[in-house]
Design a protein around this ligand. Structure first.
Ligand SMILES: Cc1cc2nc3c(=O)[nH]c(=O)nc-3n(C[C@H](O)[C@H](O)[C@H](O)COP(=O)(O)OP(=O)(O)OC[C@H]3O[C@@H](n4cnc5c(N)ncnc54)[C@H](O)[C@@H]3O)c2cc1C
Length: 658
């Protein structure tokens, strides 16, 4: 009886939330005409598709335009099953002997992300415009993490990034990475100055949402000091803000101390020793054991590192948190200079550099689109950073016989091998799985611009030490959810543009960044449709970062879209309800950009050894093997666009060096 009651109340809550609403959440089934029966009968898809269906293919078909697909994106259904079948030893038995295509190329690039596209670009630059290049990617769209989400609401185009947010890096862009952007026509500081709309939503502030499950009482507390996540320094308004929260008096006092007081929590300890100790303890342990804060402050800070690290403060070193301007270190006397014990990201924070930053409305998907436009004539018209933004690309031109450079989507490489001995072979063979068969192509060389952990399965002929190194890093899972709203009056009424929700399914909610470039205009009036971004990182506090990441992969792939949708609706209803938000009425579309294999793994001083120069796993993993070289951001152990470009450049140079 109790079960039945729960079921009924669950159903009525679902109705309130609008779970029955016909929004564009599952359009990926309709967006591309695909024989669904064929997909379900696929030998490679295992049980996963019972819950998540819809595998696009046929990039030449009229209307093929993945950026407008909604629902489950990122690692979308259909993109990973071949690779998982290969990993699990199920692929070859089902696929049978590869079909010989007879195609021969100068270069075959595995991976159509920024690194693979950059590799193709550098190869052509070096070898000339008649170079024949094939780029393979397992997704239905190119760009890798640099993906575009395009919505059309009430006659208006709204864009956002499905993954890579912006041109920005902890370190200055290299000559090659900067040169590539310049050749494409991208001048980040100039674009930033001209097109970033800093005024939009500037009258709205930041807030925290305290959920009853974590904090005992449900409350939205606006006017949070210090900007989003309180990262701006120098605010003295914490006591007033905290007094409005459900936190206990002790927790409030401790947070004010952490945020504002100038105390040395390691008096008498030399600076180098302080930094060494802080690099080996988590920020959570710093707060509990050095600052001696009440444990109740931990949930308040727990998710602050999610966006940058994909894990909470239990797994991020305190020294990194100092470098990225977290509070508590004001009186510690730490000089902001590069020092040992910082992760790649944090080291960049203390390395002086000039401004080099820009956010295209679709993030760095614009870079990927400009690269493709340059590589494959006819894929898009125009020539500027402005005109690419609203351009509809022609996917039917990507794999055209007429073009020396071709890109084949929905195609997962499953084998890369030398035809003969690696030291003397003149060709490599690449086999790829594309439903429902395997196909083989040949090239004079191959750049593997895919993920490190996939490479040992593709290329068993690599030395054992290299394969072990390729397996070392565990990519960081994270989810960028995008919710298209018919208006943002609730945000306006509540006076908020960004909300930190430390206890909830998504740890933050925010209005999308405003940029007005070319023909693209961001929403200005609260009555207009808008895109709202939400962040989820599926971590498991208490485990090492790598184990949290492994657990997160499984969680993301096992979570059906319905679960995301219900949580999104419930969270927005609870957080924005006081502003009149009604999820059943206000939500027009949902895209869950799911990245089980997201950021490249950066070494974490809390768990990883301090390897000698040149001996990190990524150094060993990216060694050239005959005519096969290795690009991608994993090869740098750094999750940034410039690193992906630099690795593409190096991989190509290695192919040309005898
Ligand atoms: C959510 C998110 C946000 C980010 N934000 C930023 C940011 O703001 N600024 C920044 O500089 N960097 C950012 N990064 C990092 C940046 O996106 C990456 O460093 C960069 O785009 C990686 O490019 P890549 O080509 O090396 O890898 P990817 O983009 O991952 O591309 C590799 C491609 O190879 C494909 N592939 C893998 N195996 C195979 C196979 N067997 N056959 C065929 N294809 C295969 C993959 O599916 C993928 O499409 C972000 C990353 C993520 C995940």
């Amino acid at each position: 009886m109790a079960d039945l009651k729960n079921k009924n109340s669950g159903r009525s809550r679902d109705r309130e939330l609008g779970m029955n609403r016909d929004i564009t959440r599952r359009d990926f089934l309709n967006g591309i005409a695909i024989g669904l029966g064929g997909v379900l009968a696929s030998p490679w898809l295992g049980g996963l598709l019972a819950a998540q269906t819809g595998v696009p293919s046929g990039q030449d078909r009229p209307g093929y335009y993945p950026p407008t697909l909604t629902g489950m994106r990122g690692s979308h259904p259909g993109s990973f099953e071949v690779a998982h079948a290969l990993r699990d030893g199920r692929f070859w038995e089902k696929a049978g002997k590869p079909v010989e295509t007879g195609e021969e190329y100068d270069l075959i690039v595995v991976g159509g992300g920024i690194s693979g596209l950059a590799a193709a670009y550098f190869y052509r630059k070096h070898a000339g415009s008649s170079s024949r290049i094939l780029i393979l990617d397992n997704h239905d769209d190119f760009g890798g993490h640099a993906k575009r989400n395009e919505f059309h609401l009430h006659g208006r185009m709204l864009l956002t990034n499905g993954g890579t947010v912006a041109i920005e890096s902890p370190f200055p862009y290299s000559r090659e990475a900067r040169g590539l952007l310049t050749e494409l026509g991208i001048d980040p500081p100039a674009l930033e100055k001209k097109y970033a709309d800093r005024e939009a939503y500037s009258d709205l502030g930041f807030a925290y949402f305290f959920d009853k499950e974590t904090f005992g009482t449900e409350r939205l507390v606006a006017n949070a000091p210090g900007g989003f996540y309180g990262r701006q320094r120098g605010s003295s308004k914490w006591a007033e803000f905290l007094a409005r929260t459900p936190l206990s008096a002790q927790a409030q006092q401790d947070i004010v101390r952490i945020q504002e007081a100038s105390i040395d929590y390691m008096p008498g300890v030399p600076q180098a020793e302080k930094k060494a100790r802080l690099s080996k303890m988590s920020y959570k342990d710093f707060l509990l054991n050095a600052v001696k804060a009440h444990p109740e402050v931990i949930p308040f800070y727990q998710t602050r590192t999610h966006g940058l690290y994909g894990v909470g403060i239990d797994a991020v070193p305190a020294l990194d948190c100092w470098a990225i301007h977290f509070p508590g270190f004001q009186g510690m006397g730490l000089d902001r200079v590069p020092s040992k014990g910082l992760s790649f990201t944090a080291l960049g924070e203390v390395t002086p550099q000039e401004e080099y930053h820009f956010h295209f409305p679709d993030g760095n998907a614009s870079i990927a689109r400009m690269l493709v436009r340059s590589l494959i004539p006819g894929s898009a018209s125009g020539s500027t950073a402005e005109d690419i933004v609203t351009m509809k690309m022609d996917y039917s031109r990507l794999d055209s016989r007429d073009s020396p450079i071709r890109m084949r989507l929905n195609s997962t490489a499953v084998q890369v091998r030398h035809l003969g001995d690696a030291g003397s072979a003149k060709q490599v063979e690449v086999v790829y799985g594309r439903e429902p068969k395997a196909y083989s192509v040949r090239g004079k060389g191959a750049v593997l611009a895919c993920w490190n952990m996939v490479i040992p399965y593709l290329c068993p002929e690599l030395p054992a030490e290299q394969k072990e190194a390729l397996h070392y890093g565990v990519k960081v899972p994270l989810v960028y959810t995008v919710v298209a709203l018919r208006s943002w009056t609730a945000f306006h009424k509540l006076g908020v543009r960004g909300i930190s929700c430390p206890g909830m399914y998504h740890s933050s909610i925010g209005l999308d960044q405003a940029v007005n470039i070319g023909d693209y205009k961001s929403p200005q009036s609260p009555d207009e449709p808008i895109l709202v971004r939400m962040l989820r990182t599926p971590c498991r506090p208490g485990l090492s970062a790598r184990d949290q990441q492994r657990a997160g992969h499984y969680e993301l792939l096992a979570t059906p879209f319905d679960t995301f949708e219900r949580n999104i609706r419930d969270q927005l209803a609870r957080v924005m309800g006081a502003g009149g938000f009604d999820p059943a009425r206000d939500i027009e579309a949902i895209t869950v950009n799911r990245w089980p294999h997201g950021y490249a793994y950066e070494y974490n001083p809390m768990w990883d050894p301090d390897w000698p120069e040149g001996q990190q796993p990524c150094d060993i993993a990216r060694r050239r093997h005959g005519r096969i070289t290795i690009a991608n951001s994993d090869a740098a152990a750094a999750a940034y666009t410039d690193q992906a470009i630099d690795q593409g450049y190096r991989a190509v140079q290695e192919l040309f060096s005898s």
